[in-house]
Design a protein around this ligand. Structure first.
Ligand code: 9MR
Length: 369
């Protein structure tokens, strides 16, 4: 005889046994700060549905990993290409995300024509200022009211605190940054404006960024936050140095955003390499030790270090308005290809199958305490 089946009773029993479903990352952090991710084109156009789902379910903020950089938006002078950026913003709105624009001015991923004339000679400061104004105005005004904040200038300070001698700087000098902030504010007066850089825990860079904030404020220009990118490693920077910087920025009168967080487990051919795009090294097998998986001891150390950083962020949640991971799942991360190409890294909060790593539950636990 078949046993009598009472579905209602079974459901109650199962409900009684089920582990409580942990809330999502974004729900847990809701009243603390936005938790964001950077999206690649594949993710917001439907080609990568796995990462798209993970992003949608777990994050409350998005930044475009590449599609809003000037070489893509204005590949030739006066010819704009907004298709991907439009789709990125539409995806963010459809999923109720806080949308950040990245980035209006950066020496890297800028179009060839920006700083030179038809003979390849540097243009005058007037011409470059006009070109920057036209780019910033076109981009920031197109998304007025929709993009909530802009990385206005990216990576203009070197690790020793001096200005990066880029072509932009060569031509415009120290006026480069104030001009960019002025143009961005004119194009979208309600948008938040940020200065964004890597290795911000270094003392010299911290001091230079604080000075920059003060200078902009003294000149009456809007700056809302400093973006500390947060491309960190297992042994750099010290959490305490990161904390000193975030306190120094808050003291200077701006909010702090952790804008591009990832934690590499891989050996670096050079210490403290930050995120300097020019620093690249050839592939060597010894530099790719975890191609077949991460040993438990390394995964545990990774979890503990990432958790330490989130503990710091939560401690200073009155100063931090957003923490953004630079990518969704481990295989999306630029870290697999920098500073050494073709490696297997484990830098983000979700693994290659889209599963939350143990640190996600730790963060959720920290946020609820
Ligand atoms: O993640 C981005 C990668 O796909 C690009 O190839 C790279 C080009 O430089 O830029 C990466 O994003 C950078 C960001 O825009 C600015 N800070 C450093 C990031 C990592 O290089």
């Amino acid at each position: 005889m078949k046993p009598t089946f009472y579905p209602g009773v079974l459901a109650l029993l199962l409900a009684g046994c089920a582990q409580p479903q942990p809330g999502s990352l974004k729900d847990a952090l809701k009243n603390k700060f936005y938790i964001g991710t950077a999206l690649s084109v594949a993710q917001f156009t439907g080609a990568d549905t796995l990462s798209e789902r993970v992003a949608r379910e777990n994050f409350s903020a998005v930044a475009p990993e590449n599609c809003m950089k000037s070489m893509y938006l204005q590949p030739r002078e006066g010819e704009f290409f907004f298709d991907e950026a439009d789709r990125f913003v539409a995806w963010g709105e459809a999923n109720s995300m806080w949308i950040t624009g990245h980035c209006l001015v950066w020496h890297s991923q800028a179009p060839q024509w920006l700083c030179v004339d038809e003979n390849g000679n540097n243009v005058s400061s007037e011409v470059l200022a006009a070109r920057l104004k036209s780019h910033i105005t076109a981009v920031a005004s197109r998304y007025r009211g929709r993009i909530k904040g802009w990385d206005v200038v990216n990576e203009a300070i070197l690790d020793d605190g001096s200005w990066r001698r880029s072509k932009l700087y060569e031509i415009l000098g120290e006026e480069l940054i104030p001009l960019a902030f002025q143009y961005a504010h004119e194009a979208d007066p309600n948008a938040e404006l940020y200065y964004n850089d890597y290795s911000m825990a270094l003392e010299a860079k911290r001091n230079a960024a604080v000075q920059l904030v003060k200078t902009l404020k003294e000149r009456g220009l809007r700056i809302d936050a400093v973006g500390m990118q947060g491309h960190i490693g297992m042994d750099y920077p010290a959490v305490e140095e990161f904390e000193k910087s975030l306190l120094a920025f808050a003291e200077a009168g701006v909010k702090v955003m952790v804008t591009e967080l990832d934690l590499t487990v891989l050996p670096s051919p050079q210490p403290d390499v930050g995120a300097a795009v020019e620093a690249t090294f050839g592939y060597q097998k010894e530099l790719n030790p975890y191609a077949d998986g991460l040993p438990d001891s390394v995964a545990t150390a990774w979890t503990s270090r990432m958790a330490d950083f989130f503990r710091l962020f939560l401690k200073h949640r009155d100063k931090i308005t957003r923490v953004t991971l630079w990518g969704v799942c481990d295989d999306d991360s630029w870290r697999n290809n920098w500073p050494v190409p073709g490696r297997t890294d484990y830098a983000l909060l979700f693994d290659r199958s889209g599963n939350a790593k143990p640190v996600v539950n730790e963060i959720i636990g920290q946020a609820s305490r």
